[in-house]
Write a protein that binds this ligand. Sequence first.
Ligand code: IPM
Ligand code: MG
Length: 362
Amino acid sequence: MVKKLLALGGDGIGPEVLESGLMILETVSKVIKVNFDIDFDLIGGICWDKYGTFCRNITIQKAKEVDAILVGAVGGPKWDAMQIKGDPEDQDGLMCLRKKLDTFFGIRPIKYYKSLHKIIPFYRKNVQNSEIIILREMCGGVMFSKPRGIKYIKNQRYGFDTAGYYELEIKKFAECGFELAKKYNKKIISIDKSNVMESYRLWRDVVQQVSHNYPNTYLEHLYADNCAFQMIMNPKKFDVILSCNFLGDIFSDLAATISGSIGMLPSASLCGSPLNLTKGIYEPVHGTAPELVGTGAANPIGMILSISMMLKYSFGLDIVSKKIEFAIDKTLQNGCHTMDLKGNSSTVEMTNHIIKELKLCL
Ligand code: IPM
Ligand code: MG
């Protein structure tokens, strides 16, 4: 069997962690008898420097034709400072890729690691065995809606965005969330600010309506500010969080405190429909960390877990996906920690350690 992939390393540590991810993929491909046909291209600042755009149309075209897309990380201070005008698709390569592929269903799992307990700010009893999945809408809401801009009003600049969702957008996203929660027997907490914002009033109403078709799935609504408080006080309360684009972005970084580092978090952004969500973009949640470039200190786990998510969600290889998670657990237990985890292992050392553990269980 051959699966086609598009690999976009991007900027900063993106290409370094992508390389680690591809080494893991190569290790498993020999065992699962799947050949990955990988095409490479540019995205983000490196693409801007060469072609004057953060993501080329030809790259979008290629992305549409492959089975899954891998992204390292995009952006950096150099390109942020340029303040490119236009829509989010013009300003950021990843936003462009997500929007044009309509990968609206974001899955961001966050897990507690016993071996990292000493570096996280939680009491053991509140956090042990925590596993949270943040489901983030990826293509709408205040990050994309129009009008947006900066204009002169009353002799001063006025910056504005529009926080809006169509009910069908919320419905489709919520249905995907309920299907996932049903499959894994999880409870859902939907977050919003419906106490003060109209768009969230609609959000809560539509999510509630969708829940009537899933009588066996528990649903609770929380105001996002209260959710932030409870997530720190009692992370074990959470299973699946259903959230709009903007809150999902913030809460995925917040929840990363449970895993010890933002470098630990993978993500999938899938397109399709509630019963058919198999194609997507897989990328670590972390940024480009320009200060780490070339030091060999980047944590490859977010990328490697993204590979594991791809095997599970795009290719139905749940067992291999679990084995990668297991190899990562073992590696961490053995004390192989990168700098963000207060250790001194390098990216390559950690990757090789994971490969060694993986080979033992494949
Ligand atoms: C993320 C990132 C992106 C986002 C940035 C790089 C555009 O923070 O994937 O969480 O805001 O979605
Ligand atoms: Mg983010």
